[in-house]
Ligand binder design. Structure first.
Ligand SMILES: C[S@@+](CC[C@H](N)C(=O)[O-])C[C@H]1O[C@@H](n2cnc3c(N)ncnc32)[C@H](O)[C@@H]1O
Length: 223
């Protein structure tokens, strides 16, 4: 059984893993190492913007790209989606499977590099949640993901905004793996962008409530 905790809590072992090499993009072995704890590194609850903006969508097929321990894929599965969690950390995906079992749902897990992987068939939803990559790799996978959608299909991107490094709480200390609204929207020219903003996320900490700044972009493939 994995313990569930807030993003910044956890045991001393977990906190050591969390701060390790947050300053740069991490490879799969580093993410495997980071996930090799009995606790969840992240919370088991879906991201608040995922819950808010996708809760009313008719379930279909979904990809959670850079799914980690699978909180968003599992939430989608509990709402009737056929969800595929893609990540290059097999240890993260093993925890995603475990979380799905705990919730009594099934998800498909795929261990692959998000910058080169592609689904076999178009999907109704792609969720990208805090996939920390350098800007050039962001541009590559976003351009790919924009082509994966069915007509009317939705792409939701939530990520640490670059302004968060100076002005917000938590997240990577390096701007190199953060996002901007402008750079996120740019590869999505074929989609209708319905939300493109820096969203404030309130985080409960031992020192009170802090504000994190996220890039939030939601787009649909035209009918
Ligand atoms: C900050 S975690 C976010 C996990 C999850 N989306 C969430 O919101 O809880 C970033 C995830 O991206 C994955 N990741 C980073 N680069 C990747 C790549 N090139 N291909 C696939 N997964 C990658 C990591 O393994 C990690 O699980």
């Amino acid at each position: 059984m994995f313990a569930v905790h807030s993003e910044r809590g956890g045991s001393p072992e977990l906190q050591r893993k969390r701060v390790w090499r947050e300053t740069e993009a991490m490879d799969s072995a580093q993410w495997d190492e980071r996930y090799s704890t009995s606790e969840l590194i992240w919370t088991g609850r879906a991201n608040q913007f995922v819950e808010k903006h996708l809760g009313d969508l008719e379930p279909g097929t979904a990809i959670d790209l850079g799914a980690g321990e699978g909180r968003n894929a599992v939430w989608l599965a509990t709402r009737g989606w056929t969800a595929t969690a893609v990540d290059f950390s097999q240890i993260g995906l093993d925890k995603a499977d475990h979380l799905a079992n705990e919730h009594g749902v099934e998800i498909t897990t795929v261990c692959a590099d998000a910058t080169i992987w592609a689904p076999d068939a178009p999907v109704d939803l792609v969720v990208v949640s805090y996939l920390q990559l350098p800007a050039e790799q962001q541009r590559v996978f976003l351009a790919h993901a924009a082509t994966w959608l069915t007509q009317g299909g939705t792409l939701l991107v939530i990520a640490h905004d670059r302004s968060n490094v100076e002005d917000g709480y938590g997240g990577p200390p390096s701007p190199d793996v953060c996002y901007t609204v402008e750079e996120t929207v740019a590869p999505l020219a074929a989609l209708d962008v319905t939300t493109a903003e820096v969203a404030e996320r309130q985080v409960n900490t031992p020192d009170g409530t802090k504000t994190a700044l996220d890039t939030l972009v939601i787009a649909q493939r035209p009918l």
